[in-house]
Ligand binder design. Structure first.
Ligand code: GLC
Length: 754
């Protein structure tokens, strides 16, 4: 085993010994966190003003007239350092004017908001953006969001959300980049660069890597639920995206609601101080989630607000969002020596440093012109491109797609003309009139005589069962396009689902539509993969559109009509049924790995298997072990053929670089854009390793008949992992490597590490 210090770890063995002692405890750190450098301005502040910088309040006023005298006094006396949810530049500038002209310290306020996938021009939800596998496009989307939000006075966003999500019952999977640490890390960096842009630029907004850490592992996929993540798994899967964001210069990190192995993340000095500050070397701002400091009490981790404040403060929390335990208790905690003023100074310095980086001391007021910045043609075009590349073609039997010109289309379903719902979760400032729906788009493409439309049901949750009129309309068409799925409110925060099938009676509608005998194309908008086991056979073609944002309609219409190619690839494993969850590709083998039996109903199960060992496998007797669609999967309108896998060596030393290449050829009649994926497997190690791990990907576009050789390099950082002792190691032995179109297929090679 070769052990070497991985960038995640700064101080080698000492750190390791320390880890063993304090991993789960909540010791109070006496000394100031290592990254502290105190801003000279801090010394001039009173205790009151210092503590005030730690307070982030939710801005209630909607107009200047709404600003209460109490709020004016709080700002004047320096009792608040930032606001979230200030609604417009007028209110922002008035609050700022009070801070800059009436307060003593004259420290600018900073205004924050959840600009998760666009401000007014709404991009696909992050899960949809992840399906593009296009970091440049994700970065551009974040930049558009920053330009629009900053023009309205927002200089801090609570994004990117980079929680690894392996259970699509969890409503917040829609806000994530999916299940894979590598893809999530790449897109985390792209988002941070997009939001923050150039330091001091007035359109730069502070990004927030959230929710630190492990929130996506909520047991049962139930939001806010407990999480149990063993140290090696935490370091190998859940922490890497945050380390990537830190290395990309993310200006803030938000702690999570969940308790991690018994210690709530927002009071967990191990993950905040030990991992984030000392291992990652992070010296930016750490902000709590909404009331997550106060929630240490219902967690049963603090008996009252004073203890909650002490625990969170000493764990390393800088900014308390909404709850006021710091404001109410830090004076007495300082007085009693339970917290240190040097630590307070370090916190205030980090907050002031962020405000300086944003240029707020020089330019505290909103200067942009929203009219010029928002919903520009360029922004809408980018949102349409992102929506287009987020679409994943999952099924296309009998080449039903693309739709032939001249055919009559029956556009049917609750989300075909859903201006609000196509935007998805976390669209605080979007206006549905900005949306272009699927129906709007088809009306621009097809003559009226060739386009029939019915919403079919009031909403995606509708229990409607009488579809007689809809079917009559469908029978007049040459092809049916069903647009259904989940309306926006069925995913997102606090919206986990125990049953992830199509909601309401949509399955019944799909069956009835299929009975007309017409080709049936299903386009699904949802915040998660939907369990389609009982209905997918009715669909001749299937496109996953996630929640595609403002320009989802034109993107979908262009794809269905063949005016664009499908390039999306799944960022999550797609289950057949909810009962398979959690389900993810980079899983250990188990001692009895299931190999065969991809059946879909109990009666498909080969009963004789019960008598033989073939039945004693890691699978379900009623649904087998395979997902509906694997991670990384997506079809095109053409066909990419993989061949000629080549490895530069059969055996390498740990410090060697291995080159792996393959030829990708377009054997079809249309262009193809293929996301070529590189996976490895460490066959034998001191910890069981996943049967596959994504280590890189490249996009290649091929004309019909064209072929290209795609090359990758593998180095020790790609082969290393955290072992049981949390050493970052490469262990000699056999490795498999794939160049593949998804996590289940591909060209497999083998090499040895000496
Ligand atoms: C919410 C979310 C968090 C968001 C914050 C502010 O509860 O958990 O992601 O940024 O509160 O709105």
């Amino acid at each position: 085993m070769l052990r070497f210090s991985h960038p995640l770890r700064r101080d080698g063995l000492r750190g390791l010994i320390f880890l063993a002692i304090t991993a789960a405890s909540s010791t109070v750190w006496a000394q100031t966190s290592p990254a502290a450098k105190v801003d000279p301005l801090v010394d001039s502040l009173t205790l009151r003003q210092k503590i005030g910088q730690l307070q982030q309040s939710n801005a209630e006023p909607k107009t200047i007239a709404d600003i209460s005298d109490e709020l004016r006094a709080a700002i004047r006396e320096g009792r608040v350092g930032s606001f979230l949810n200030v609604p417009n530049p007028e209110v922002a500038n008035e609050l700022q004017r009070i801070a800059m002209t009436e307060s003593e310290a004259k420290i600018p306020l900073v205004f924050a908001r959840d600009v998760i996938h666009g401000y007014r021009t709404i991009f696909p939800t992050p899960l949809g953006q992840a399906a593009t596998w296009n970091p440049e496009l994700v970065e551009k989307g974040a930049r558009v969001a920053a330009v629009e939000a900053s023009s309205m006075g927002i200089r801090w966003t609570f994004a990117p959300m980079i929680d690894i999500s392996r259970d699509s019952r969890w409503g917040r999977i829609t806000e994530s980049f999916g299940e894979d640490p590598y893809l999530t890390s790449v897109l985390a960096v792209a988002s941070v660069r997009g939001y923050q842009g150039k330091e001091g630029d007035p359109t730069s907004i502070a990004a927030t890597a959230k929710h630190f850490v492990g929130y996506g592992a909520a047991e049962g996929g139930r939001d806010y639920n407990v999480t149990y993540i063993p140290e090696p798994l935490l370091h190998n899967v859940y922490l890497p995206p945050f380390k990537a964001a830190v290395d990309a210069g993310v200006m803030s990190i938000m702690t999570a609601f969940n308790d991690l192995n018994g210690v709530p993340a927002s009071g967990n000095d191990y993950i905040i101080d030990r991992v984030l500050r000392r291992e990652f070397g992070y010296n930016g701002v750490i902000v709590s989630d909404w009331d997550s400091v106060l929630e240490l009490i219902p967690h049963g981790f603090a008996e009252d607000k004073k203890q909650a404040a002490r625990i969170a403060f000493n764990a390393g929390m800088d900014v308390e969002m909404v709850s006021t335990t710091f404001q109410e208790n830090l004076f007495s905690l300082l007085d009693g020596g339970k917290v240190s003023e040097s630590e307070l100074n370090a916190k205030v310095s980090r907050i002031i440093d962020m405000k300086r980086k944003l240029g707020l001391f020089e330019q505290p007021y909103v200067s942009g012109d929203p009219e010029k910045a928002i919903l520009t043609d360029e922004h809408k075009a980018l949102a349409e491109q992102a929506a287009l590349e987020s679409l994943v073609l999952l099924k296309n039997d009998k080449q039903v797609l693309p739709l032939a010109r001249g055919k009559t289309v029956a556009l049917i379903g609750p989300l075909a003309h859903a201006a609000h719902d196509q935007l998805g979760s976390w669209v605080l400032d979007a206006k549905k009139q900005d949306s272009v729906t699927v129906l709007d788009a088809f009306r621009k493409i097809l003559p009226e005589s060739k386009l029939l439309y019915s919403q079919a049901m009031y909403s995606s949750r509708s229990r409607e069962t009488d579809f007689s009129q809809v079917l009559e309309l469908a029978r007049k068409a040459d092809v049916i396009v069903f647009v259904g799925g989940e309306e926006a409110v069925l995913s997102g925060e606090a919206h986990s689902r125990a049953d992830t099938r199509l909601p309401g009676t949509q399955e019944l509608l799909v069956r009835e539509l299929k009975k007309t005998g017409k080709p049936l194309v299903a386009v699904l908008m949802a915040g998660r993969p939907l369990a389609l086991n009982d209905v997918i056979s009715e669909m001749d073609a299937l496109v996953m559109a996630w929640h595609p944002g403002s320009m989802g309609g034109p993107a979908i219409a262009r794809l269905l009509m063949g005016d664009a190619e499908p390039v999306g690839r799944l960022p999550v494993t797609w289950p057949k049924v909810t009962g398979q969850l959690p389900l993810y590709y980079n899983r250990p083998s188990s001692g009895r790995p299931a190999e065969e039996g991809n059946f879909t109903q109990m009666d498909d199960f080969p009963l004789e298997a019960f008598q033989h060992s073939t039945g004693h496998k890691n699978h379900y007797i009623d649904i087998g072990f395979k997902p509906q669609f694997p991670f990384g999967f997506g079809l095109s309108y053409s066909n990419a053929v993989y061949s000629d896998l080549k490895l530069s060596k059969k055996t390498i030393g740990v410090n060697d670089t291995l080159e792996v290449s393959a030829k990708i050829r377009n054997s079809g009649k249309r262009p193809v854009t293929e996301t070529v994926q590189l996976y490895i497997r460490d066959l034998v190690a001191s910890s069981v390793r996943p049967v596959r791990e994504l280590k890189n990907f490249q996009r290649v576009t091929l004309k019909p008949g064209e072929a290209k050789v795609v090359k990758f390099k593998l180095t020790k950082d790609d082969l290393a992992f955290y072992n049981q002792q949390l050493n970052w190691v490469v262990e000699p032995g056999e490795f498999h490597v794939w160049i593949a179109p998804n996590a289940e297929e591909g060209l497999q090679g083998q090499f040895t590490v000496r």
